[in-house]
Design a protein. Sequence first.
Length: 178
Amino acid sequence: MPRLFTGLEIPAETGLMLSMLRGGLRGARWIDPENYHITLRFIGDIDDRTADEVAEALDRIRRDPIDIRLSGLGSFGNGKPHAVWARVEPTPELAELQSEQERILQRIGLPSERRKYTPHVTIARCRTSSNEDVARWLADRGNFQAPPFVAGRFVLYSAKASVGGGPYLVEEAYPLAA
């Protein structure tokens, strides 16, 4: 039973810049640079037949390449931080691609995503980091900026069932070229 999600890949140069943010946060488990990505839609654990339906349905998407900009850092967690991330500047093109995937996946019977879409690149999972640790780490590095890049495709990733962070495998790639 594969665990699937869709996302945009991060170029090696951007990954290198993100990897230089590693360290200085007690209790963090850092994501390996080759596993950095921008999640579009988490699909979850599904059977092989549904996975084939997902792969086929996503192949119908026709969109132009998307300009991506990373600026700033943040964290997720209500009361206790569970991840730190680089912010992806929202654009209409990115939102439309994500929304189209959401609609397609719901049409083939998958449940809707309950969380509001926040484009980001996860840098670390916070195992035992305190709010103070994360606030200090963000304050020290919060002006992060990376040169923009163009996402020329989105991919269907598979992951091993775990707490997240990889390794992720590209199962299918879909060009962004309307």
